[in-house]
Ligand binder design. Sequence first.
Ligand SMILES: Cc1ncc(C[n+]2csc(CCOP(=O)(O)OP(=O)(O)O)c2C)c(N)n1
Ligand SMILES: [Mg+2]
Length: 892
Amino acid sequence: MAETQTNGVEVLETREWLDSLDYVLSQGGPERAGRLLQQLSLHARRAAGVNLPFTATTPYQNTIAAQQQPPFPGSQEMERRIKSLVRWNALATVVRANKIQEGIGGHISTFASAATLYEVAFNHFLQAQTESGDRDMVYFQGHAAPGMYARAYLEGRIPKEKLQNFRRELKEGGGLSSYPHPWLMPDFWQFPTVSMGLGPIQAIYQARFIRYLENRGLKTATGGRVWAFLGDGEMDEPESLGSITLASRERLDNLIFVVNCNLQRLDGPVRGNGKIIQELEAIFRGAGWNVIKVLWGSDWDNLMTNDRDGILVKRMGEITDGQYQKYFVESGAYFRHNLFGSDPRLLKMVEHLSDEQLSRMRLGGHDPIKVHAAYKAATEHTGAPTVILAKTIKGYGLGEAGEGKNITHQQKKLNEDELRMFRSRFGIPIPDEELQDAPFYRPADDSPEILYMQERRKQLGGYLPERKVRSKPIAPVAESHFEEFHKGTDGREVSTTMVFVRLLSKLLRDPEIGKLIVPIIPDEARTFGMEALFRQVGIYSSVGQLYEPVDMDTLLYYKEAKDGQILEEGITEAGSICSFIAAGTAYANHGINTIPFFIYYSMFGFQRIGDFIWAAADMRTRGFLVGGTAGRTTLAGEGLQHQDGHSHVLALSVPSLLAYDPAFAYEIAVIIQDGIKRMYVDQESIFYYLTVTNEPLAMPGMPEGKDVKEGILKGIYRFRTSTKKDAKLRAQLFGSGTIMYEVLKAQQILEEKYGVAADVWSVTSYKQLYRDGNDCDRWNMLHPGETPRVPFVTQSLKDAPGVLVAASDYMKVLPESIAQWLPRPLVALGTDGFGRSESRVALRDFFEVDAKHIVLATLTALAREKQIKLDVLQKAVKDLGINPEKANPANT
Ligand SMILES: Cc1ncc(C[n+]2csc(CCOP(=O)(O)OP(=O)(O)O)c2C)c(N)n1
Ligand SMILES: [Mg+2]
């Protein structure tokens, strides 16, 4: 009894307070009410130590209340019809493809759940790129690609034949890529997004890079925004959330995430026992983003308005996502009983609705009015990025064929009944008898639907997605920047990193291309001796430098500036590569030829962010990846996490990448000069990987001969010819990177102690040789009887007698990859195995890539050829001080 009374008083008291608040709201508006609530909370805390429990979430309701919604600016009916047409053709794209070719795959339900999110954006928000500069850049969710193709078909941009060849790109006349692939569809897709998590983080760095371009005066602001359409399951990728604080810190109000919260991923619910929307809200709010939840459609407005005591919102907040998913597939009666049945007051709230009506209550993400309101608010928000969390149903509209079901992600076949149901639900005028083929349907060009959608796109500047290269080739770079490096250092010891940094700082001073260079460093500039650049070109900061740097009185102080050129990213290789990609694709996406140089610990490149490098290739990125402190034995003291002996092996896998392991200063100069020419003058869609090391060595001058430059670029040239022309014992030694110096020492020992005349070759790129060898073999196979092509490495070695020995700071498989094109068997020395914390000398002994092992390998090869006796070899093992019983570094 007492309890009821207290409750009764409480209810009354609450009602009074709510009435008062309503009054303030009506008189002073939401802002005044907000201030009052803050004051109340402060007062309660001060007066009585009332501590409100921390909550990062808001109640489970729409962020934008019905009364705050702007009017819908278009024809809802027309847009509904257009959306239905897109829906049908997207579905038909997948169903047809699988009818024609069983098992070709595709996704229906991702787009089905996101159709409204896309259509409202296409009709009212997404501004196309124009000749005068970029506008909006859109990262489309990869699995929603059929929806983008279907729309482009209706817009008349993709012919029916191509749509029919979805996932059949090799068909005559061409087809369509499964997912966004700029490499395969370079006029259509800008961003490859299907490897989950790479899209969201790239969108953040793209938005930041746009600001960088603007702040540095390379681009005038166009008011364009970056939109990323994402899946709720995708948000579990660490890359999706890992950089969101950069976006808020940089106040990127040009960035909008739209997360399609259909509560499902591939196997089942994203958070069956929790609430993904609330979880994401807390994360993004905590990170300083503007969060807009779009949960309930207009059908719910009345219920929400009448929910004076908040019991409905409270109940909605209690229900798990797994249970919500159940409602989507169950009847209205189940919904009523399970959701509303927990409280008689709730049941009363919906007693005027039939079960049928209840089951049809739309979610926010399927309601154009709600979605429009969210987008408008997002585009008007200033000072922070926005994330829209839109609640939808996966496979919306598929009914029994998959709506809301756990199997829906993989659904790609519909039977005739299911097609009929979908057709009727969305009012597509295809007669029953034609349904079984799932034909495409496009109304005439002058139909109201097509005219409307064309007009909307015209108003917004054109079509999307579209990729257009707008940049003009740059003029050739002055030869003089590179010539200094051809000379050598007269015995002065420098590392190839120092050489690279010196060249970079010269290029930065160039009046033409200097400003286009974008140095990107993940907190490693001092390691690479690049700190001089801090002062020379400044570190980019959107706010300048708001403090007096601690080293202000030194020459090389840490200078941050609004127009600073260096992107000092902090310890994030993932973020840095996203900047690299943004800068390396600006030639297409912004019409600006920025030239990125991303310098990082080589170990943390391909192995850590390999998927981004693959995406960079797919996006036709240009620029230079520079793997610093490279090699397994060159980095003294670091041990197994830092010593890289395999990045060049991994680099073999990336099709548009050229990979070089230069030994000498002039090689670096030649490679970078040619790279800039090929990428920015000739406009080739390639990029470069260059390893540099921190071992100080005397740099020789470039040997004479017109073939040297060609050899450097193609992968091999003779660096030093033996002077003992008439020696009987001959060898050809291949060296790369700093191991070249071990090879040169071995040459001397071989000559002086064993009478072996050896030529030394610099192999700058096994990858180039490997590709060329395969290319020739392939051509020869396809052209029997014609004069065979001879691989460059075979040609180079045709008059080079003797045994062949290669040594590098990378795995043995790297030299072995070209063995088949060599005139005789190759003995490869390399650094397979875990690194060690040791000195260079000890490491090279351990990995058997030092001069003495190169000598032994050469003598072994000669003995195998029966050119020297076994006892010479046995003695050599002793004389060279090699312990034959030492552990095999490859597996210890
Ligand atoms: C890195 C990566 N891992 C796995 C996949 C395979 N995959 C494709 S779609 C998908 C589920 C996507 O769920 P969600 O992000 O919620 O998107 P929805 O289709 O529900 O909109 C998965 C696991 C992938 N594409 N990329
Ligand atoms: Mg999902």
